[in-house]
Structure formats: C-alpha cells, structure tokens
Design a protein around this ligand. Sequence first.
Ligand SMILES: [Zn+2]
Length: 399
Amino acid sequence: MQKRKLNKKRFFTVLLVLIITVLIVGLALNRDRLGLVKESPSPAPTDSNISEPPGQTNEPAQTASPEPVEDPEETKAPKDPRDNLVIRTDYEAFGPNESGEIPIVMFHSLIEAYEENTEKEYTTTFAEFEALLQTLYDSGFRLISMSDYIECNISVPAGTMPMVFTFDDGTAGQFNLIEENGELKVNPKSAAGILMAFNEKHPDFGQHAMFYVNMDKGDKTFEGAGTLKERFEILLAQGFELGNHTWGHVKYSEPVNNFSDKIQESLGKNQEKAYEILPDLEFYSLALPYGHVPVNDDLKVFLEKGSYNGVEYENKSIMAVGANPAPASISKNYNNGYVARIRAQGRVAVECDLTWWLPKMTQTRMFVSDGDPDTIVVPSDKAGNILEERLNGKTLVTY
Ligand SMILES: [Zn+2]
C-alpha cells in the first residue's frame, strides 16, 4: 500500500514537471508570434534584391544591429541633390569618363492612344513614355537639367550616365494642370506627371526637363486648367525649366529682308511676353524650330544674343533637331551654337531616333560620372578632349 501511494505521488510529481516543461517550451517557441521578442536582424542584402547603377561593385554586407538606429540623414529636410551624391574614386574599377557624350532627348506630342491619322514620327503615347523611363533608368541613365548640362555641373550617382529631356512646342500632353477639390495639380496623364510619379519610385532618376515654348500661342501653351501664369509657376516649382522656341515658330532658313531684325524680334518678343507673365522668367536656351539656322553665317550671332523693344536676350545653348548624342560642354567638340539632340521614337521607329541610339550609347562613348560635380575625371588618353578654360573651378583628374 505504502509503495503504491508513493508511486502515485511520484507519478503526479513527474506529470506536473512535464506539464510545466511543455508550457515553458511552448511559450518560448511562440514568443515571436506573441510579439514578445524584437524582430531579429534582417538578412544582409543579396545581389538579387538590390539594384545598382552599372559598373558599381557591391558594398560589403553590413551586419545589422538588432536595435536599428535612426539615420539622422533620413530625417533631414529635403533635398539638396548633393545630399544624395554617390561619389567613387576607385576609377580603374568602374571607368568614369567625363569627356564622353550626353544624350539630349527631344519630345513633341504625347497622347493617350494612337488613332488612324496620328502623326507618325513625333508622337508618343503615355504608356510608351512610362516604359521608356524604366528602360532608360535600367540602362543607367539619370536626368540632369539643361542649366547643369551647360555648366557641366553633373550630380548623378557614380557609374551612371547623365541625360537631358527637352520638350518643344508646349503641347498639353507634355504638361497640363487639372483641378481637383478646388486645387490645381499636374495632370498625372502628362509627360511631366508621369515623370514625377516615376521619380517617387526612383528618386535618383532625377526630375528634370526643359520645355521650349512659343509665347504667341498664349493660353494654348500647356492647355488645360489654370492660367498661363499658374501653369508656368507650377512647372517651375517642380524643378522643370522653360526655354525659348521663338515667337511664331520661325523657320530661320527662309531669308527675308532685315533678317537680323526678324531674328531679334522672334527671340526678344518671346522673352518680352514671358516677362509679362512672370517677371523672373529669363530664357537662357533656345530650341531652333525645325532645327534650321540662317543661311547667312553672319546672322547666327543674333540667335545667341540680341534685343528687341528694349528687351535683351541671351541663349547659352542653341539646340538642333538631329540626330546624335551631344558632346559634354567641357569637351573641345562642344559648340553651344548648335547642340545635337536625339528625337524620341514616335509611332514609327526611324534611323537615329532614341530606340536606334540606345544600344549604341555604351559606357565607352558616353559621359560616365564619378558622382562628384566638382571634379572632371577622365582616362589619361582622353584628357586632351577637355577644354581646360571651361573647368570653371572644377578639378581635372586623370587616371
Ligand atoms: Zn517646334
């Protein structure tokens, strides 16, 4: 009897210990599910889940600390582009060449969908434009402004290639405003709207574009909601630029009497009317209508500088229509009086359009940045391409 009682007691003790053990183990296994432990460090990034500009080697994998400290940079107010600089000095490893060429892309009309009679070579759909942005981004291109192109102030991540977007004629598909709840906003169904949305996903792509306008078109420019003043203000507030495309879309190859006066009128009057809309809106770049220049070379000086009705103008870069990537402004091959552009592909692909050029714009011929706008880095055999008087305080580095 005594022995049985003892065994029974032992049995219950063992059972109790077992139950307690199971409870403890179960609780431990469920701790993370119950939210009782902090999240363990996430695995180091692998090649497959980070995207990097071409030519960039991987940073050594960081060991994540279990208590992630907030990056003070993250909370800093935006957004001086220099805050995001990715500078590299291991030149041999990724081959920067800041004497290379820069593509300046030219767009005209953007529409929702092609119709039977849609013009074939200068029209792009919104969907094609959006797909193009991804292609350019994946190919390692990053947007810069026209003013930074002119000054060769290139702030794109090391290993990427700068590119300039230009839009001629001020069509609504490029940029227009819509009214939503009593407020004006950029139409997401416009090139500018699509570019802004793309930059939210890929802030290092760059939100830059130059829009060349004809002031004689009045309210037809960027037609949509808002006044012309409001359209210009909102466009500029987004970091975009406005340039001169002449009063009257003048064909400079057609000779007329007093042509020097006509040229100055076409440029000075366009500037005068721009000042009437926004007193600070100074055009500093011209896109030649049809890409034409006066037959008489002596007249070309008036494309660059002149005055009309007491209003002076100066175009620091004058853009052609075709058909190549442009030299960097720091290059000996640069001619600010006739800067090449590449037309975006229209409804039909043609020779020398952007689609034709893309596979040919390799890192061996293009401008590949070191990420630092204050240095001009070139392979030693290309140092002769740089015009040193244009360095303008920048340091020339050869390797
Ligand atoms: Zn035009």
